[in-house]
Design a protein around this ligand. Structure first.
Ligand SMILES: [Zn+2]
Length: 244
């Protein structure tokens, strides 16, 4: 179980590295819901996150996330005190703190160009993160840290990036056209055109002729004169079935 969890983490990390240029040290923005859960399961985040990710990490938070925990009172003092041990990353809410989830979302904006990971247990924040391409999400499931599988938005955006990379650009298409014109002169192209088969499929034409000749041979055979009408009828049937 433990091995599978680590394998998944490696695979998902490779996805973010290959498709979105994530590089260590990975910057992990943490909120109070995550430290609170870590406290409940006695998980030492400074030890366990780098061990799980397998590469260098920076554990970060924001002033807004700390302020939110301070406002929630003494019950969450432990979770707040863990949060204050992390580096504080500057957010755009100087002097006017907002909720932790709003703050962390503003740090990522639309494309997460700074390559942040978010560590949270907040279901609303997680739902929003899944709509942003390349927003890795860490959460705690029972006593284990888990990197969530890349969201559908992340996967589809990565796929479309690959497709657009492989397809020739307008400039490349133009160059190809010019090259073709240069290496394939006008009369040469005409010659190739002549080689193309014309008219209906020659096999079907041949078949028709064969049937007609067959029936003619039968009709012309001696002793078959009396059955001429029957033969004609059968031929008509064959023809109608061919039309069908
Ligand atoms: Zn903030």
């Amino acid at each position: 179980m433990k091995v599978r969890r680590y394998k998944h983490a490696r695979r998902f990390l490779s996805f973010y590295k290959n498709n979105y240029q994530f590089r260590p040290p990975y910057q992990i923005l943490i909120d109070g819901t995550f430290t609170n859960m870590a406290l409940q399961y006695k998980i030492n985040l400074k030890e366990q996150i780098p061990k799980y990710i397998g590469e260098e990490v920076q554990l970060l938070t924001t002033k807004c996330a700390i302020a939110e925990m301070e406002n929630l009172g003494s019950d969450l003092y432990g979770a707040m005190s863990i949060l204050t041990r992390f580096k504080v990353r500057k957010c755009p809410h100087h002097g006017k703190p907002v909720g932790a989830s709003e703050c962390l979302l503003s740090m990522l904006s639309e494309s997460n160009s700074h390559h942040y990971f978010i560590a949270t247990q907040d279901p609303d924040l997680s739902r929003h993160l899944r709509k942003i391409p390349a927003a890795p999400l860490l959460y705690i499931n029972f006593n284990a840290i888990v990197l969530e599988k890349p969201s559908m938005v992340s996967q589809k955006t990565a796929e479309s990036k690959i497709t657009s990379k492989l397809a020739p650009s307008a400039e490349e298409k133009d160059t190809l056209k010019k090259l073709k014109q240069r290496f394939l002169p006008q009369n040469e192209r005409k010659r190739f055109k002549k080689k193309r088969p014309k008219g209906p499929n020659p096999l079907s034409v041949k078949k028709k002729k064969k049937k007609q000749s067959e029936s003619n041979v039968l009709n012309s055979l001696p002793g078959r004169e009396g059955s001429k009408n029957r033969k004609r009828k059968r031929r008509k049937k064959k023809l109608t079935s061919q039309v069908e």
